[in-house]
Design a protein around this ligand. Structure first.
Ligand SMILES: NC(=O)C1=CN([C@@H]2O[C@H](COP(=O)(O)OP(=O)(O)OC[C@H]3O[C@@H](n4cnc5c(N)ncnc54)[C@H](OP(=O)(O)O)[C@@H]3O)[C@@H](O)[C@H]2O)C=CC1
Ligand SMILES: O=C(O)C1=N[C@H](C(=O)O)C[C@H](O)C1
Length: 244
């Protein structure tokens, strides 16, 4: 498979390594220094684009790929406000698009465990829930995209929580997400339920960026040649195995 890498930073480099190991070719690398190479002619050499840039550039990059008819997988976080627009564009143009806040297989299992635990806790008002995420200091967005996905999984299942906030909760209906920036942490997420008598905590700790990169390449292999808006549950077949 021929891959265009949009964004050649920490994730772009790791994805290149994993993609080459899996027998793919990198036919185009777009970074801040060569944005002029983002052309239809250059993108037409690729079967799929993998986009990991920044909250500010992700939407335009995804739109550009869709406009040029190239399937695109995006891992950039911090642009949720424009995500539905990107999905609508994809459907209008009969294109192919997959975005997730976290490509790692472990985190996608963690997302399912989080939802299952939230369902059980829906009828247990004695437990207070909160989230914490720790990442390296170069991270531009807070809270992390993964923490937002975890928060959404809790809000859709626990009626007493109405909104997430990126500070200590001030009222019972707020779900607190605490963000810490510590080098060189690749990404750690905590979901904690506390009652007067005990705690239950689930934690995902990324040891490095390989899991994110492998998931992104698996997703690119999945979307290439398909039409539609996809999720990691489609790629990993997780919902079918554990329908929570
Ligand atoms: N979904 C997931 O599993 C994961 C998501 N992420 C997310 O992916 C994104 C990238 O992470 P990471 O690789 O660590 O970040 P880096 O900052 O290391 O890399 C991003 C790269 O993209 C470049 N860039 C910025 N704007 C553009 C543009 N318009 N076109 C092309 N390239 C551009 C940056 O250049 P410059 O530095 O010069 O600005 C930089 O080289 C972040 O949003 C992060 O949160 C990260 C890990 C996993
Ligand atoms: O910026 C990062 O590094 C990461 N970003 C993603 C997020 O915002 O959740 C995924 C992972 O935790 C690493």
């Amino acid at each position: 498979m021929n891959i265009a890498l949009i964004g050649y930073g920490k994730m772009g480099h790791m994805i290149e390594e994993i993609a080459l190991q899996r027998g793919h070719q990198i036919v185009l690398k777009i970074n801040i220094e060569n944005l002029e190479d983002f052309t239809k002619e250059n993108l037409s050499k690729a079967d799929v684009a993998i986009e990991f840039t920044s909250p500010d550039s992700a939407f335009e990059n995804v739109k550009g790929c869709l406009d040029f008819g190239l399937p695109v997988v995006s891992g950039s976080t911090g642009w949720n406000a424009k995500l539905n627009e990107a999905k609508d564009l994809c459907l209008q143009q009969n294109g192919s698009f997959l975005h997730t806040s976290n490509f790692s297989v472990g985190v996608n299992i963690f997302f399912q465990v989080n939802k299952f635990l939230a369902k059980l806790m829906a009828s247990q008002p004695g437990y207070e829930v909160s989230l914490k995420e720790i990442h390296h200091t170069q991270k531009r967005d807070a809270p992390s995209g993964t923490a937002v996905t975890l928060a959404e999984g809790i809000l859709e299942n626990i009626g007493r929580k109405k909104i997430w906030v990126n500070h200590q909760a001030q009222s019972k209906d707020e779900l607190s997400i605490i963000s810490e920036r510590v080098d060189p942490v690749p990404g750690t997420h905590y979901v904690k339920y506390t009652s007067e008598v005990d705690d239950i905590e689930i934690i995902h700790t990324a040891h490095n960026r390989k899991g994110f990169a492998l998931g992104a390449v698996l997703a690119a292999e999945f979307v290439a040649g398909k039409k539609g808006v996809f999720t990691m549950d489609d790629v990993l077949n997780l919902t079918a195995q554990n329908p929570v």
